[in-house]
Design a protein around this ligand. Structure first.
Ligand code: TEU
Ligand code: CA
Length: 559
C-alpha cells in the first residue's frame, strides 16, 4: 500500500460483513433474507461503515449455507428475489453505501446443471470439473478435504472420482478449461451490470491445481493430508485474475478482496504481492489461528498477547508497501473474538471487546466488521447436537464422538466455543422472543445471552461496545496517520498490552490497548498527547508513561 492516497473509492472505507441467513428475517419464516438487510440499513449506517459484504444468497441447496451455488444467475428463494436485491442495492447507493457480493467460483454445487450433466457422463461437462480414474482401486490421491475426510468422491456409474476440496456437494471447477473461465466472466459481468460494487472472491487461492495431482506426506496414522502445496496460491491463479481484472473488475470499477484460506508465513512477503495488481486486497483467513494447533480449530491453545502481536505486526510489516490487508477479528467461519482473545464475562465483556477492536482497527488496512461483533456477541450455550448445523460439527461428531467414543461433553464445549455455528447464530436485536430476529422459529437457535446482549440495550448504554464502534469507525477516517501512516509497535515485549504508533507527515497517533485484566504501566513516545477515544472515561492530555486499567483502550494524538 502506497503511503499516500490511491484515489480509489474504497480506499478509506470500512466493510460490514452480513450473513444474510442470520441477520434479520422480514417474513417470519425463520430465515434471514435480503429484504431483512434492507430494513436494517439505518442501523448499518449508524455504525459508520461504508460497504456491506453479503455472504452468498444465490440459488443453492444450502449444503454449506450458500457456498454451494446451483445457479449463478438466480437468487435463492429463501432469501427473496431479484426485485428485493434491486431495492437493497438501490437503497444502499441512495444512502451512500456500496455493495460487495460474495463470489464462489472455486466450486459449484453438485446440483448445478453443469455437474448434473457431468455426473450423467456428458464429457463436455465432465471437463468442467476434475473427474479422475481410481488408482489401485482407490482415490486418485490422498488429499484431505478441508472439511475432513477424502477430497474425492466416487461416482459408481462412471467408475471415476471427482475432486472436492470442500464438501462432497461442492465439486471443484476446472479453471484450466477456458469455457469454465468464460462462464465465470459472464456471471461476474451479469452482476456487475446488475449494480454490485465489488466481489469478495471465495477460496480464490485454490483455483489452480497441479495437473499431476501428486499425493502428499501424511502425519503418522493419518490417511489423508493437506495438499495445499499442490493447489494453494499457484502462480497460474494470477493469469485468471488478469483476465477477470481486464474483463470485469476494471471496467466496472470494482473493489475486490481475495479470501485466502491458508497462508505461508515463510514466503510472506512474496505472498502479499502475489495477487497484485489484479486484486485490491487480501483477506487472510488464517491470520487469527495462532490460538490453535495448525489448521485444527478444535485443538485450541491458550491465548497469548505476545503471539497475537507477533502475528499481526508481522503481516503489517509484510504489507507495509505491497498489497493491502483486510483487518478483522471475526467472521462467519470463526468463533467470536471477545471470548476468544479476552473476557466475555459481564464485568469485562464491553471493555475487553473494545480493547481488541482498537488494537485491530487502527492498523493499516481495511477493517471488516462481522455482524454482532459490534455488540460483543460471544460463545454459544447450546446443549444438544441437534442445535448445531455446520458441516465441521457434523463431521467431527461422527468421527470423534460416534465412531471414536470420545465424550460428548468435551466436543460440546468445543462446538460452543470454536465451531463455525457460533458466528451464525441469529443477530441479537432486542430482548423479545428470538432476539427480535424473527417472528417464526429461527433456522438456528438464538444464543441465550441475547436477553442482555442486544442492539436495543446497547443503543441506550453509553459504555456499550456498540457505541464504542460508532465512535471508533468514523474517527479512523479522520486520521491521515491511520489511513496512510507507518506502523511502529511500541512496548512490544509486554505480555499485556497491544500498542503501536501511527505516523504520517506531522501527525502522530498512539494506540494503547490492554488485552488483559492486569493493570499495567506503558510508556508513551516523547511529546504530549490529547486523548481522542477512551473506554474508561479518560480525557485530557497525557505524557510520559501511563497505567492502563484492565482492558483499557486509549487512542491519542500528539499535540
Ligand atoms: O472458506 C474458505 C476457507 O479456506 C475455509 O477453509 C475456512 O478455512 C474454513 O471455513 C475453516 O473452517 C470459504 C467460506 O468462507 C466458507 O464459509 C466456505 O465454507 C468455504 O469457503 C467453501 O466455499
Ligand atoms: Ca425470511
Amino acid at each position: 500500500m502506497a503511503n499516500s492516497s490511491s484515489g480509489k473509492w474504497w480506499e478509506n472505507a470500512t466493510v460490514y460483513q452480513i450473513y444474510p441467513k442470520s441477520f434479520f428475517d422480514s417474513n417470519g419464516d425463520g430465515i434471514g433474507d435480503i429484504e431483512g438487510v434492507r430494513r436494517k440499513l439505518g442501523y448499518i449506517k449508524s455504525l459508520g461503515v461504508d460497504i456491506i459484504w453479503l455472504c452468498p444468497y444465490l440459488k443453492s441447496p444450502q449444503a454449506d449455507n450458500g457456498y454451494d451455488v446451483s445457479d449463478y444467475y438466480e437468487i435463492d428463494p429463501i432469501f427473496g428475489n431479484k426485485e428485493d436485491l434491486r431495492k437493497l442495492i438501490d437503497e444502499c447507493h441512495a444512502t451512500g453505501l456500496r455493495f460487495v457480493m460474495d463470489m464462489v467460483t472455486n466450486h459449484s454445487s453438485d446440483e448445478h446443471e453443469w455437474f448434473k450433466k457431468a455426473r450423467a457422463g456428458d464429457e463436455k461437462y465432465m471437463d468442467y470439473y476434475y473427474f479422475k480414474d481410481p488408482v489401485d482401486g482407490r482415490e486418485p490421491n490422498n488429499w484431505e478435504s478441508i472439511f475432513g475426510g477424502s477430497a474425492w468422491e466416487y461416482v459408481p456409474s462412471l467408475n471415476k472420482y471427482y475432486l472436492h476440496l470442500f464438501h462432497r456437494k461442492q465439486p471443484d471447477l476446472n479453471w484450466t478449461n477456458p469455457e469454465v473461465v468464460d462462464n465465470v466472466v459472464r456471471v461476474m459481468k451479469y452482476w456487475g451490470e446488475f449494480g454490485v460494487d465489488g466481489f469478495r472472491l471465495d477460496a480464490i487461492n485454490y483455483l489452480y491445481k497441479d495437473p499431476a495431482f501428486p499425493s502428499v506426506e501424511t502425519r503418522p496414522g493419518q490417511k489423508y493430508g493437506f495438499g495445499g502445496q499442490y493447489y494453494s496460491s499457484k502462480p497460474q491463479v494470477n493469469e485468471y485474475f488478469a483476465r477477470l481484472n481486464r474483463d470485469v473488475f476494471t471496467p466496472f470499477d470494482m473493489m475486490t478482496v481475495a479470501e485466502v484460506g491458508d497462508m505461508d508465513p515463510e514466503r510472506a512477503r512474496e505472498y502479499c504481492g502475489k495477487y497484485q495488481p489484479e486484486i485490491d486486497m487480501v483477506y487472510m483467513y488464517d491470520m487469527l489461528n495462532f490460538d490453535q494447533e495448525g489448521y485444527d480449530k478444535f485443538k485450541p491453545v491458550p491465548f497469548e498477547v505476545k503471539k497475537f502481536k507477533e502475528t499481526i505486526f508481522r503481516w503489517q510489516d509484510e504489507f507495509r508497501d505491497v498489497g493491502r490487508m483486510a483487518l478483522f477479528l471475526s467472521n462467519h467461519d470463526q468463533t467470536r473474538n471477545v471470548g476468544r482473545f479476552g473476557d466475555d464475562s459481564p464485568r469485562y465483556r464491553y471493555r475487553s471487546s473494545q480493547a481488541q477492536a482498537l488494537a485491530m482497527y487502527m492498523l493499516k488496512g481495511t477493517p471488516y466488521i462481522y455482524q454482532g461483533e459490534e455488540l460483543a456477541m460471544s460463545f454459544l450455550d447450546y446443549e444438544k447436537i441437534e442445535d448445531f448445523n455446520d458441516i465441521e460439527v457434523e463431521f467431527t461428531y461422527g468421527e470423534k464422538v460416534v465412531k471414536g467414543g470420545e465424550p460428548f461433553e468435551k466436543w460440546l464445549r468445543l462446538y460452543n466455543t470454536r465451531s463455525r455455528d457460533i458466528g451464525r447464530s441469529p443477530m441479537q436485536w432486542d430482548d423479545s422472543e428470538n432476539a427480535g430476529f424473527s417472528t417464526g422459529k429461527p433456522w438456528q437457535k438464538v444464543n441465550g445471552e441475547y436477553v442482555k446482549v442486544n442492539v436495543a440495550a446497547e443503543d441506550k448504554d453509553p459504555a456499550s461496545t456498540l457505541n464504542f464502534y460508532r465512535k471508533l469507525l468514523p474517527l479512523r477516517k479522520t486520521l491521515k496517520s491511520v489511513q496512510y501512516g507507518s506502523v511502529t509497535p511500541f512496548d512490544y515485549d509486554s505480555e499485556s498490552t497491544f500498542c503501536y504508533v501511527r505516523e504520517y507527515e506531522d501527525e502522530v497517533t498512539v494506540c494503547r490497548s490492554n488485552l488483559t485484566a492486569r493493570r499495567t504501566r506503558t510508556p508513551l513516545p516523547e511529546g504530549e498527547y490529547e486523548i481522542l477515544l477512551s473506554n474508561t472515561g479518560r480525557s485530557g492530555r497525557l505524557s510520559g508513561s501511563i497505567e492502563l486499567m484492565p482492558y483499557e483502550a486509549l487512542l491519542a494524538i500528539r499535540k
